[in-house]
Design a protein around this ligand. Structure first.
Ligand code: ASP
Length: 261
């Protein structure tokens, strides 16, 4: 780990000696394409899917997803965001716990839309840098491997890049190519994690709505649950209420007893 920055420096120096300042422009292009694709996926594709399959208001969803996005962006971890995501869908959006307690941890573990977008974009970028021409079959392999790699990505910072090695191996790209994008990955990781968890929230809302497991009065109330999640800060009293919900009917003094022991 301590040697990694020096390794990245050496790789970048080597690539820059060959490609000159063009590499900086290529990297900027890579970042722009990736950010654009992430934004398009969330704001256009997912919002159309949300509207089509649930009929819920896009504006309300965007407002209520905000805290989850901020938390995911700052931690770059879908898993660390689970407590906020769960509270958002149950308390802010009125999703029944029977749906949320399944879809949110499940989504945070395997549903990485942002991760899949990274795998595809990074593979094409590195193939261009190394002058590798990908055939149609290889493009299809990239799509398939990107989805598989994103499913296998753990919801913690930086793992998407490690899974990239799997895609590179499949299409015969040099693994050290990952070093070229390592330096700019942290900010991109923050962004893709925000997309990963936002999609979990949107899909949870769709499932809950279609199963009749959503309280629309809570969903339509702009202030619902806002005391539970104030800009990522979890209110202590609501934390207690929430634990009660999850302790399967164990309430009040019984819960206090369990907590004491
Ligand atoms: N940081 C991402 C997440 O937690 C995973 C990754 O793509 O590195 O969702």
């Amino acid at each position: 780990m301590n040697l990694a920055p020096y390794g990245v420096f050496a790789l970048l120096t080597n690539a820059m000696a060959e490609l000159g300042l063009d590499l900086i422009w290529s990297l900027l292009g890579y970042m722009t394409v990736l950010v654009g694709a992430l934004a398009f996926h969330f704001f256009v594709t997912m919002m159309i899917v949300l509207k089509l399959f649930s009929g819920l208001s896009i504006k309300t969803s965007l407002v209520k997803i905000r805290e989850v996005q901020i938390f995911a962006f700052s931690t770059a971890s879908s898993n660390a965001t689970i407590p906020i995501t769960l509270r958002t869908v149950t308390k802010r959006m009125g999703v029944d716990n029977s749906v949320a307690s399944f879809t949110i941890p499940f989504g945070a573990t395997i549903n990485m839309d942002g991760g899949a977008i990274l795998q595809g974009t990074a593979t094409i970028f590195i193939a261009n840098i190394y002058g590798v021409d990908l055939s149609i079959t290889e493009y299809l392999t990239v799509i398939l491997m990107s989805v598989l790699a994103s499913i296998g990505t753990a919801g913690v910072p930086g793992v998407g890049l490690i899974m990239l090695a799997m895609v590179f191996t499949q299409v015969g790209l040099p693994i050290e190519g990952i070093g070229l994008i390592l330096g700019v990955d942290r900010i991109l990781d923050m962004l893709r994690t925000a997309v990963n968890v936002s999609v979990d929230v949107a899909v949870t809302a769709i499932v809950a709505k279609s199963e009749g497991k959503m309280d629309l009065a809570i969903y339509n109330d702009p202030n619902a649950g806002s005391k539970d999640i104030l800009d990522g800060h979890i209110d202590e009293n609501s934390e207690r209420d929430f634990s009660e919900v999850f302790s399967d009917g164990i309430v009040g003094s019984e819960y206090d007893d369990i907590k004491r022991h």
